[in-house]
Design a protein. Structure first.
Length: 338
């Protein structure tokens, strides 16, 4: 029988105890940030979402991993907004019109001819507007971090070549929802149908709707030549995406991770606006090259649309005087008063 020296035995036992202790300690893992979207991978918004994910990863050295779920594979945007705060989703970039379901005064940004490219490229106005709209959703533990440009929206039809207001009469038109857009379509003697982007193509191809109010990207990347006719009223509806985050979750992140998210979003928002304007031109040309018919409202027709919008906007402004006053004050302070 051999006897192990006491010193070696104690060293071996200490090693075993240390190994067991280390195994019992949970391995530190980086934080995951879940971001979901209803548009497909082919849509330009997905490109920016993926760029955001990669940028945050680099800025945090992998401590914060952003997982992007496009094409409504996890949630459509409306459901994702409802899921913020549950831990299932941390950020979503919905169309700003969807904020009306949380706080109706946010509809100020969706009023016809309310926003302009010049205004949103003015840093004073865009940052002030972001803070203003965010203040309306913060009671729901949400924060608006920025606005991205969707498009100067246009009407897209399957079988109707629209060139004046009266051509819309009796049509069923898809909108994203929100009282402002619904009322606007009704004022045209048309019927609004609220549908997410993921359902536009099927609805129009099957005849459930006649057309959609959407972007050149929605036309080229989602609907396609199934809807052949485009009708554009410049400035009528400058659509935006709101970068919406779960505020309590965001505020609990380490300072360096919060900064990485904020800085990345700010940089994307700054460059995306100009890029989106140019991309719209490219996509419209693409559709025309495939046989689509695209019309822009004439100056007299544009004035008719503006006159029609004045009445509808007035009703909203009277109902939400706080949002109206703050919006007007912001325009004035930033040198954009009309």
């Amino acid at each position: 029988m051999s006897i192990r020296p006491v010193g070696k035995w104690r060293a071996a036992m200490s090693s075993l105890v240390l190994t067991a202790a280390l195994a019992a300690v949970p391995v530190a893992r980086g934080t995951e940030m879940i971001v979901t979207s209803e548009v497909p991978t082919s849509h330009w918004k997905t490109k920016y979402l993926n760029a955001f994910a990669e940028d945050v990863k680099q800025r945090t050295n992998g401590a914060l991993t952003v997982k992007v779920f496009p094409g409504a594979t996890l949630y459509n945007d409306q459901d994702a907004m409802a899921a913020l705060g549950t831990g299932a989703v941390h950020m979503v970039w919905p169309l700003a019109v969807r904020l009306e379901t949380i706080a109706p005064p946010t509809g100020i940004v969706n009023l016809p001819f309310a926003l302009t490219d010049a205004g949103m490229e003015n840093s004073c106005f865009s940052s002030g507007l972001t803070k203003m709209i965010s203040s309306y959703v913060e009671p729901r533990n949400l924060e608006v971090m920025a606005f991205l440009r969707t498009a100067d929206l246009m009407y897209i039809f399957k079988n109707r070549e629209v060139q004046k207001l009266e051509d819309l009469k009796g049509t069923k038109i898809r909108v994203t929802g929100g009282k402002v857009f619904l009322d606007m379509i009704r004022s045209l003697n048309a019927s609004p149908v609220s549908l997410p982007a993921s359902e536009m193509s099927t609805a129009i191809s099957q005849g459930a709707i006649d057309g959609v109010l959407s972007s050149p990207a929605g036309w080229a990347n989602i609907i396609g030549i199934t809807a052949k006719y485009g009708w554009y009223v410049p400035g009528m509806s400058l659509g935006t995406y709101a970068v919406l985050v779960d505020k309590p979750w965001f505020e609990k992140l380490p300072a360096e991770q919060r900064k990485a998210i904020s800085d990345s979003i700010a940089e994307i928002a700054q460059r995306q606006w100009k890029e989106a304007i140019e991309e719209d031109k490219v996509l419209i040309k693409k559709m025309v090259s495939q046989g689509a018919v695209f019309h822009t409202a004439s100056a007299p027709e544009l004035q008719r649309w503006k006159s029609l919008a004045t009445g509808g906007n007035k009703a909203f402004m009277e109902k939400y005087p706080d949002a109206t006053a703050r919006f007007a004050a912001l325009e004035k302070s930033c040198g954009l008063a009309k």
